[in-house]
Design a protein around this ligand. Sequence first.
Ligand code: G3P
Ligand code: CA
Length: 302
Amino acid sequence: AATVYNTLSGEAPLVIAHRGASGHLPEHTLAAYELAIKMGAQVVEPDLQLTADGVLVAIHDATLTRTTNVAELFEPRNGGYLVSDFTLAEIKTLTALPTRTASTSYPDYTPSMADPFKVPTFQEVMDLVNAHNAATGAQIGIYPESKVPNNPVMNVQIVNEMKANGFDGSAPNSFLQTFSHEGARHLSELQAALGMTNGVAALGYVIKTDDVYGVYDATTAAISSLDELAGFVTGLGVNLGYDLDAGFIAAAHALGLVVHGWTFRPTTLEAAEAQFLPWIAAGMDGFFTDYPDLAVAVLDGL
Ligand code: G3P
Ligand code: CA
């Protein structure tokens, strides 16, 4: 019998490659995104920061130190290595480093780009996805996160660049996300003003008080109710810990909100089944995972 899913759409949950296939290759590199797509991810997630010269680049941290060799090549600026203190040209001289379980190669995969382990611009990430979609007819989506959620200028830039590159909601599976709920409201307003229909997800931590679910906004330390959030977002990106449970997903679905959980980091198929299956049963709508291959394997096994 065909698998029945309890997601809001009734479709299988989305496999969202968290920082690309970052469990296998250096996070937020074109190779990590390309490998994720080859592994069957439907969505790739670039976290975004702004360079000193105002270019959106895909990198998680506010600083360059954890994920690149910047300290080998440059002296600190203003006491450190903020992305926003370096120009794109300078950042392009850096090499992205593997983190956690990642390596610099993956079996039977040869990156298609000449320089696979650089910090990519947002534009380069979108170019990679669009080239793949054009060549194959696939509809891989992107899920950019503003890592400076209360920078309205950056929000405008993200939305404008998405629209200019065709990620305007006309194809499925592209979203925007940010940890600030007011930032998420702003992203929703900006895309609506441009006629875009991408979903917007507010990120946070599920808190249940007196049997009522809320989502903790790490930026303001306020707790937003699901009713409030449903007024301006279409989804919730929530940590797998705290008070997240099947009841939260049902409550979100009742308001028309999808729930995408983060971060799934199993390293074996057995561990993946143990982590994903309960959330598949609960109707979670998407999984942010460093191991898109394992998420796909679990879903393929149903
Ligand atoms: O965006 C969902 C998830 O990625 C949030 O955590 O810190 O990995 O960006 P982080
Ligand atoms: Ca993220």
